[in-house]
Design a protein around this ligand. Structure first.
Ligand code: CUA
Length: 347
């Protein structure tokens, strides 16, 4: 019975250790650098740009400094516990010491040095990450809206929404801004978090190292649908990027502008908020819809771009995205059918 109890106790005491070990294994599983699974692109332990690799270097430095300090402190603690433990039936207290100037100075000054080791690379990198971009950098004006992202390419002369395309191996100069509340731009494997603020342009420059699709998320609470304010960064080869940009710049064909679909678009007052270049729709309140049919998602990365989801969105935007600025236009099923096929045709 006694043997059983002691082995159970041993097992119980090993419990937390076992949990920690399993947690470590799970965390290691998260850090798959070559994963192309889109959900993995929210993993901050993998970097796919010069910017995020630098952040990981600083993170690594801090991690090893912390590991060294942890081992040092625990080592001294264990040594003290063992060396100064009560022996036998010792009843008297050891000599009581009060105050030690040298030690107090030591443990005040040492943390200052440790904090400096962390602060110097961190602060200098924050400044580095917003240094002026190179001459051939691709400039993107990124504006935070409630609750979507507007991406303007002044060098190419077009605007898009929620899906930012950039070429691998070429520097990108993001100019972050807002004309409403404060948002924050964050694509964990490509950029640091940086605020998008009204009345101020914040900069972030990065060069992606490989093609792929990366998730991003607004990282500053911006009211009702903050959690549903997502975006994607599609990193293309330079050739694919140029093709994409040339296509984005083209408006819809003239015939499209006179189609029944566009008439429905006008009739349902969509034109009051959205632009479709090549047509008379030129409003800039909602996302630019010129090539909306070619985007993989709608409603700022929340829904896959397919017929059922487009229907649900047009039927009642607020049900998809609480607080949505897009009103419920009380569209008939027939209007929705025409609009959905029109929007899907805008490739
Ligand atoms: Cu935009 Cu949170």
């Amino acid at each position: 019975m006694l043997a059983f109890r002691s082995s159970t106790a041993r097992l119980l005491s090993a419990g937390p250790l076992l949990t920690a070990f399993v947690a470590c294994l799970l965390l290691v599983g998260c850090g798959n650098a070559d994963s192309t699974n889109i959900a993995d692109s929210m993993n901050t332990l993998v970097g796919h740009s010069d910017l995020t690799k630098n952040i990981l270097d600083i993170y690594g430095t801090i991690f090893w400094i912390d590991t060294f300090l942890f081992i040092l402190v625990q080592g001294v603690l264990i040594y003290a516990v063992l060396k100064f433990r009560a022996r036998g039936d010792e009843k008297t207290l050891p000599e009581q010491v009060h105050g030690n100037l040298q030690m107090e100075l030591g443990w005040t000054i040492a943390p200052v040095f440790i904090l400096m080791l962390i602060a110097i690379p961190t602060v200098s990198f924050i400044f580095e990450s917003q240094a002026p971009a190179g001459k051939d950098a691709i400039v993107v004006n990124a504006t935070g809206k409630q609750w979507w992202f507007k991406f303007g390419y002044p060098g190419y002369g077009f605007e898009t929404a929620n899906e930012l395309h950039v070429p691998a191996g070429r520097q990108v100069d993001l100019r972050l801004q807002s004309d409403n509340v404060i948002h924050a731009f964050w694509a964990p494997q490509l950029t640091a978090k940086r605020d998008m603020m009204p009345g101020r342009v914040n900069h972030i420059t990065f060069t992606a190292d490989r093609a792929g699709t990366y998730l991003g998320q607004c990282a500053e609470y911006c009211q009702d649908s903050h959690a549903l304010m997502k975006f994607r960064v599609v990193v293309d080869s330079l050739e694919d990027f140029e093709k994409w940009a040339a296509h984005q710049k083209e408006g819809v064909p003239e015939a499209e502008a006179k189609s029944a679909g566009f008439e429905a678009f006008q009739g349902a007052t969509c034109v009051a908020c959205h632009a479709i270049s090549g047509t008379s729709a030129q409003a800039a309140i909602g996302p630019n819809l010129t090539h909306v049919g070619s985007r993989t998602h709608i409603a700022a990365g929340v829904l896959e771009n397919n017929e059922a989801n487009l229907r649900a969105w047009l039927k009642n935007p607020d049900a998809v995205k609480p607080g949505s600025k897009m009103p419920n236009l009380n569209l008939s099923d027939e209007q929705i059918t025409t609009l959905v096929s029109y929007l899907q045709s805008l490739k």
